[in-house]
Design a protein around this ligand. Sequence first.
Ligand code: NDP
Ligand code: 8X3
Length: 251
Amino acid sequence: MNKTALITGATSGIGKATAQILARNNYNVILCGRRKERLEELEKELSSLTKVHILSFDVSDKKAVFESINSLPESFSKIDVLINNAGNAHGLEPIQEGNLDDWENMIDINLKGLLYVSKAIIPKMISQKSGHIINIGSTAAKQVYPNGNVYCATKHAVDALNKAMKMDLNPYGIRVGAIHPGLVETEFSQVRFKGDSEKAANVYKGFTPLRPEDIADVIHFVISRPYHVNISDMVVICTAQGSATIIQREE
Ligand code: NDP
Ligand code: 8X3
């Protein structure tokens, strides 16, 4: 029987590429995100490959998270894999110039959103006595960089929660692991720089960044290991990246 994966942030970037690779590899997919039209488009694309269900909700809206997940039809109610991917950076300023709305958005989405979705799904995995949670962290979960302050703090918290979930869910046979990407060219920098395309493009100039498909491949590898294997923490960077701030760029 096909396994079912619920992917948050499936409308773009890493989440969308993950949905595509999982659909090609016989996973039923539950696609989540706020932009319903994009979910519908992806549903149309993947429906010839596998069973697809879409859930449009904001991960930072507690009520919407629980209502959406509780609304899943019987055929999608057993979730084998949860991919906690939804998230973004908002702004890149020194702490003294940070924007409070940006800070709150990042804490509400990257941290509280991940907790709400997990809380809605974990009881199902406990009663199944199986499941796999993949938390998408970042190199920003491992290293703080100038002006990254609150984004890095939310991702450090994801790293901590990943370790905590692994311990707390261990008695129930649930696998938990984090994948921490370095620079991946997605809509991430568009969101961080609030639609400033030039600034966003400059982030990836002069080197070959990761593609969302590179991380999707790794996610597929991690979840397709035999059940006794849990890859609990993994950092994946492009070859040009030596750290969050060291990048070999060609002029
Ligand atoms: P994208 O901007 O391309 O995708 C972000 C996804 O998150 C979208 O599908 C978006 O959907 C969803 N999302 C954002 N806010 C919300 C919300 N409030 N409720 C529900 N869904 C939301 O970025 P990436 O694919 O790059 O980012 C995916 C994850 O990878 C994030 O957690 C990011 O921090 C992490 N990451 C990214 C790196 C990179 O360099 N790109 C590197 C390391 C980690 P919608 O807007 O439709 O709701
Ligand atoms: C995304 C990568 O370096 O912009 O998490 O923080 S970085």
